[in-house]
Write a protein that binds this ligand. Structure first.
Ligand code: VG1
Ligand code: CO
Length: 543
């Protein structure tokens, strides 16, 4: 076998964002682009020689081609073992589970997650650590540093290998194993949940619709929900992963998962609806006529954890990303367990989970997960819900009403302004930064500001610090407004405005979120000069 050493030069902008490196697919397809980044990952972990790696992706356009390139580079670098999902498919949570199960030295996941796919859309790559979790900020910085000084990479001069057929081959020093991407994951789920109880639930006539959005979760949901648990045929819709996700946007929110929402709010709606994203780590939960915000879902899961077989002993602690609503904190307080507040992005949960400080964590962006792996996990969240629904024998709407009655309700919505000109977005953030000191003490639209800052996080486990993680404005009574710029977009800037108000109850727990939040929404646009600075009069997406 011939190993080519290819001369290259650094390519600007290969800085990982909230979750790996995401760019337009055509950018990734440029000569040396993928190779430079992959070699930088290898360099950042001290070389790939003698190491094992998991490889997989969400099946989007360029997935298989990219896997071939990475395989040839890993062989050239002397990797000892590659585990690859058949057809290059592997959901992010399954990848995390397999890295942990087979104790590989990490993994490379090809995905731009909730971003659209196709030659004119987005592609992405991320490196996960031996604990199965996303590279920490430190490791990501090291990878980025190598992209700035790279001058060569190695690649084996080989024909494409067969990544379709399950089996094993050895090329030079490298054992290559093609595995069923579903089996190990399904096995893990069975250890966490009471499959018999869920089977009984389906047998009793309970109906589910799971929208896989033509993304990676299709095969997993089919095998587990319909196959193992006996949900009726066609419970899983859009189940076949497509390279362009059928032209849709695989982001499980009420806007992009509108097909599911129509079913769940239509005549003869099933009892339970759910959807997952491009790489299978997000979840949307919706009952009959009852959308559950991700922040509420996280809180309800924490409150009901003891009814779920794998979590019967209770939770060590919980964590949420800073913009996620404070509903979780109220549950933690009642359970008398610690609650952590981290910056946005799953990489900040890894240390807390490794140190056994938390069992359950989540984000407002439809991500929930637990210590079973080190990524958020879409289908796991669905099974978690099904497990406690099987015990409680109540509808989703009843469970929500009961939850709010007990804890009060954190009304919540997120407004996204996408593809805003970067300068305008930065001006907006700078403008707010400049006013942080003078905000407290002011009352706007009847809302009294008690605190304003730019969120920073001190990791209690490794002592690292993350600064500039979003601007927060806190009001008397528990309401909040948060502004942040997205770190996963590929075009201009995306401004995210997170809006939350608290209603202790027992009255006013049944308002429409947009009514309950009207003053907060108005205040957010006033204090940020959003319209003036960006020219936008309405958000592109409201979740
Ligand atoms: C978004 C979400 C964040 C999530 C990240 C990756 O990041 O807000 O909560 O962890 O996507 O999710 P940002 O920087 O665009 O706000 V996934 O499922 O796209 O990998
Ligand atoms: Co995702």
């Amino acid at each position: 076998m011939h190993i080519k050493t290819v001369s290259t030069t650094p390519i600007e902008g290969q800085k990982p964002g909230t979750s790996g490196l995401r760019m337009k697919t055509r950018v990734f397809m440029q000569p040396h682009y993928l190779e430079n980044f992959v070699q930088s990952i290898f360099n950042a972990i001290g070389g790939i020689e003698g190491k094992s790696l998991l490889l997989g992706g969400d099946g989007r356009y360029f997935n298989q081609q990219a896997i071939q390139t990475i395989v040839k580079m890993a062989i050239a670098g002397g990797a000892s073992h590659l585990i690859i999902g058949a057809e290059g498919i592997m959901s992010t949570p399954a990848a995390s589970a397999i890295i942990r199960k087979f104790k590989t030295n990490g993994g490379i996941i090809l995905s731009a997650s909730h971003n659209a796919g196709g030659i004119d859309e987005d592609f992405g790559i991320k490196y996960n650590l031996p604990n199965g979790g996303p590279a920490t900020a430190r490791v990501s910085d090291r990878i980025f540093a190598y992209t700035l000084e790279i001058d060569q990479y190695q690649i084996a001069d080989l024909d494409d290998i067969d990544i379709i057929t399950i089996g094993e081959t050895t090329i030079a020093e490298t054992r290559i194993q093609i595995i069923d991407p579903v089996a190990d994951y399904a096995e893990l789920m069975e250890t966490l949940f009471d499959f018999d109880a869920i089977r009984e639930l389906f047998k009793s006539g309970f109906r589910i619709k799971f929208d896989a959005m033509h993304a990676v979760t299709g095969p997993y949901a089919k095998a587990i929900l319909e196959g193992q648990l006996g949900a009726e045929k066609d419970s899983v819709i859009n189940a076949v992963p497509l390279p362009d996700f059928g032209g849709g946007h695989p982001d499980p929110n009420p806007i992009h998962a509108h097909q599911l929402m129509e079913i769940m709010y239509g005549d003869d709606a099933p009892d339970f609806g759910a959807a997952s994203d491009g790489d299978g780590d997000r979840n949307l939960i919706v009952g009959k006529n009852c959308y559950v915000t991700p922040s509420d879902s996280l809180a309800v899961m924490a409150a009901n954890a003891k009814l779920v077989s794998g979590y019967r002993k209770g939770l060590k602690g919980v964590a949420r990303s800073m913009p996620t609503s404070q509903a979780l904190d109220r549950v933690a307080k009642k359970l008398d367990i610690p609650a952590f507040e981290t910056p946005t992005g799953w990489k900040y949960f890894g240390n807390l989970l490794d140190a056994n400080k938390v069992t359950l964590c989540g984000e407002e962006s439809a991500g929930t997960g637990s210590s079973h792996i080190r990524e958020k996990d879409g289908l796991w969240a669905v099974l978690f819900w099904l497990n406690f629904l099987a015990n409680r024998k109540q509808s989703v709407a009843e469970i929500m009403a009961d939850h709010w009655k007990t804890y009060g309700r954190n009304y919540y919505t997120r407004h996204d302004y996408e593809a805003v000109e970067s300068d305008a977005a930065n001006n907006l953030m700078d403008g707010l930064r400049g006013k942080l000191a003078i905000f407290p003490g002011h009352t706007i639209n009847g809302l009294a500001i008690i605190h304003a800052d730019e969120f920073s996080y001190h990791d209690p486990v490794d002592g690292s610090n993350a600064t500039a993680q979003g601007i927060r404005i806190l009001f008397d009574g528990g309401s909040r407004i948060i502004f942040r710029l997205s770190g996963t977009g590929t075009e201009g800037a995306t401004i995210r405005v997170y809006l939350e108000s608290f209603e202790p109850g027992p009255e006013n727990l049944d308002q429409k979120p947009e009514d309950a939040l009207a003053d907060i929404i108005k205040t957010a646009s006033q204090i940020s000069n959003l319209e003036e600075l960006t020219g936008r009069t309405a958000p592109d997406v409201k979740t």
